[in-house]
Design a protein around this ligand. Structure first.
Ligand SMILES: C[S@@+](CC[C@H](N)C(=O)[O-])C[C@H]1O[C@@H](n2cnc3c(N)ncnc32)[C@H](O)[C@@H]1O
Length: 364
């Protein structure tokens, strides 16, 4: 068995670094997926500390050349299901097939049921309110079959502090990734002047304080019979001891009145309400300030709400602010292309925020 972590496309290298920081080996790495070694401790650790990953799975088996239903049947049947989960746990199966001989997802699901009933004579494949469902993924890519159990439940990027759904938020794991990529030196001022629901600054604070993002939630693996029941509590206690007792200069501003309301709900839940310094402000106010030397990680608007505003003018002013201050370090993510307005040398990377293609501008 292994642990398989999934993350958004193109964020893999920093996701790997997160594993290295937890002293876990990288056994395999491909687009959107990284494999590490299984142990109860490792499973609890990766779920608790996941900033960039979306989900943590237990890989029960991975085999090449699964190009017939008979082979798939034998593979599923070879797993000792009775050692893994309680008979009463209902199982929910999801199948994915990409460039493989076996294409029919409904058939893959049928084979699965037959194989598992064959291997567990007393198995109940039925709804059962008292026992939590176990989510199993059958993934076939170019005839290589992986059978995975979801150990996380809710996706890990859906952070606990985001209670209100808001328009155009940055995906939380992307925000964490940006902060990590910025290598923000914690003694410096950190700024987001398009903060809206505060995703970036809350993630920055969690990273600076070394707070495991998932200290206060439950995971699917707590219900698996082969996982030591005390393991999560152990790892949570170890994580609590690692929290830094320092203060940081994290600033957030936004023009919109609503940002304060939305953000205050998020920020109170994330315990940062009186820690992050928020102002309702137009970023253009900073155009008159001199020699700013901050780390800026920001996500300016993709479009403007008011018709009398002009998006081209807005990006001209953003470029003006960046150009004026030699000592600003910046990471700006947007779908607007404004590279030719920037006078410093910069790098540009493509990324997805949810399903939207964006560009990340990084000062060199
Ligand atoms: C794409 S959203 C930022 C989303 C944010 N990263 C989050 O996760 O919630 C862009 C924000 O820029 C703000 N904005 C637009 N024009 C502005 C200006 N001139 N000064 C400051 N903020 C502005 C909008 O109110 C909006 O909240």
């Amino acid at each position: 068995m292994n642990i398989v972590l999934t993350c958004p496309l193109w964020l893999e290298s920093l996701a790997k670094k997160e594993l290295e920081l937890l002293w876990l080996p990288i056994l395999n790495s491909q687009d959107k997926q990284i494999t590490t070694a299984f142990s109860d401790e490792n499973l609890a650790k990766v779920n608790l500390w996941s900033r960039i990953w979306n989900k943590v799975y237990i890989e029960l088996v991975k085999k090449n050349n699964i190009d017939s239903f008979d082979k798939l049947f034998d593979l599923i049947k070879s797993i000792k299901w009775s050692n893994l989960i309680l008979e009463e746990n209902p199982i929910i199966i999801n199948a994915t097939s990409i460039s493989s001989t076996l294409e029919s997802v409904p058939w893959i699901q049928k084979i699965w049921k037959k194989a598992i009933v064959d291997s567990l004579t007393t198995w109940f494949l039925r709804e059962n309110d008292k026992f939590p469902s176990i989510y199993v993924e059958i993934v076939l890519i170019k005839d290589t079959c992986q059978i995975l159990i979801d150990s996380s439940w809710d996706p890990l990027h859906k952070r606990w502090y985001r209670k209100q759904s808001v328009e155009a938020p940055l995906r939380e794991n992307l925000a964490a990734w940006l902060v990590l990529l910025s290598s923000w030196r914690f003694r410096e001022n950190f700024y987001d002047f398009f903060c809206w629901s505060w995703t970036i600054v809350i993630e920055a604070w969690l990273i600076a304080k070394n707070i495991a993002p998932w200290l206060n939630r439950n995971f699917a693996f707590e219900k698996f019979k082969f996982i030591k029941p005390w393991i999560l509590e152990n790892e949570k206690n170890k994580a609590k001891e690692k929290i830094m007792n320092k203060t940081y200069n994290i600033f957030a501003s936004d023009l919109d009145e609503d940002a304060l309301k939305i953000a205050s709900d998020n920020a109170k839940i994330a315990w940062v309400w009186d820690i992050i310094k928020f102002e309702k402000r137009d970023f253009r106010d900073f155009l008159t300030e001199k020699d700013l030397a901050w780390t800026i990680v920001s996500n300016p608007p993709y479009w403007l709400r008011l018709q009398d505003e002009n998006i081209d003018k807005l990006y001209k002013d953003i470029a003006l602010l960046l150009n004026k201050n030699r000592d600003l370090r910046w990471w700006v993510i947007t779908d607007y292309q404004f590279g030719d307005l920037i006078k410093w040398e910069y790098k540009k990377r493509k990324l997805y925020n949810w399903w939207k293609m964006c560009y990340l501008y990084i000062k060199k």
